[in-house]
Design a protein around this ligand. Structure first.
Ligand code: ZN
Length: 105
């Protein structure tokens, strides 16, 4: 079980991680513009998925909106995603149904 606000990953054997799909406070969904399937991930069932980023564990417990702002800046600086991103959706990790922030690039 993850502990909200913990600065380190609490998953067995993964204590050195910078991000964790379970322990990071925030989950960011990167919705790509059409024609960027090369940036998507292929699921085991063959479907393509939009990329997901998790917030840095060292930022756990901080103001979620400030952490989200940092993530927006990181995406903007990443040449891989230049011109490819339509919308960034932020969720409290573990809650996929209600976003806390939406950024249109
Ligand atoms: Zn973890």
């Amino acid at each position: 079980m993850s502990v909200k606000g913990a600065k380190k990953c609490t998953c067995p054997g993964r204590s050195d991680k910078i991000f964790c799909p379970r322990c990071s406070d925030l989950r960011m969904l990167i919705l790509l513009k059409n024609g960027n399937d090369n940036l998507k991930y292929r699921r085991p069932n063959g479907q393509l998925s939009n990329p997901v980023w998790y917030s840095r564990l060292k930022y756990n417990g901080r103001d979620a909106y400030k952490v989200a702002d940092k993530m927006v800046e990181s995406v903007k600086k990443d040449p891989k995603y230049a011109g490819a991103v339509q919308v960034l959706m932020f969720y409290i990790n573990g809650n996929r149904h209600q976003h806390i922030k939406k950024v249109i690039l």
